[in-house]
Design a protein around this ligand. Structure first.
Ligand SMILES: Nc1ncnc2c1ncn2[C@@H]1O[C@H](COP(=O)(O)OP(=O)(O)OP(=O)(O)O)[C@@H](O)[C@H]1O
Length: 177
């Protein structure tokens, strides 16, 4: 059985501000081993600290490859009725939107979300003898305030509630069908 939780790490290229500040890249990656190594810039002779993940993607990686390796099997599972979640985590400017939403040019960097939408609707269009129901909601959580970005009033703060059986949920989020 495959693991139920997978964690991958993606390193973005150094940006202009960091270049101007003469920052050096202290990260190296071994994609085959899923390893990420960090050297101490103040002591380059010190052994690097190495961390192992389910996947390690360096600055030249594409979202196309990340989707094929990680998201594709998960979304396939969803179309077969299993639950699946993909989320991006990291400090501001590290590339969460780049990975999830992506850019259209080059096409290899289209994000995980539009790829997943294409994947789901493509599967639905070729599957016979089965009915699918697709819901979507789009929430922003910022400074612990929750907002519905597809709602009529995207400024309205929504309440976070807890149900004894269903768990934590956001009140009054309309789902788009
Ligand atoms: N893998 C990458 N290759 C090239 N550019 C990248 C990559 N990842 C991020 N960038 C660029 O870095 C900048 C910051 O990325 P992004 O906006 O995705 O960060 P974020 O984590 O979503 O930030 P925030 O939390 O502030 O919203 C953007 O200009 C984006 O195009």
């Amino acid at each position: 059985m495959s693991e139920s939780v997978k964690v991958i790490v993606r390193c973005r290229p150094i940006n202009t501000r960091e270049k101007d500040l003469k920052c050096k890249c202290v990260v190296s990656m071994n994609g085959a081993k899923g390893q990420c190594s960090i050297v101490n810039p103040a002591d380059e002779k010190a052994p690097p600290k190495t961390f192992t993940f389910d996947g390690a993607y360096f600055v030249d990686s594409t979202t196309e490859n990340i989707y094929a390796d990680i998201a594709y099997p998960l979304v396939e599972g969803v179309t077969e009725g299993y639950n699946g979640t993909i989320f991006a985590y990291g400090q501001t400017g590290c590339g969460k939107s780049f990975s999830m939403q992506g850019i259209t040019d080059p096409a290899s960097q289209r994000g995980i979300i539009p790829r997943a939408f294409d994947h789901i609707f493509e599967t639905i269009s070729v599957t016979e003898g089965c009915r699918f129901l697709v819901h979507a909601s789009y929430l922003e959580i910022y400074n612990e305030d929750v907002r519905d970005l597809l709602g009529k009033d995207a400024k309205q703060k929504l309440d976070l509630k807890e149900h004894p059986e269903k768990g934590v949920y956001v009140s009054a989020v309309p789902k788009v069908q």
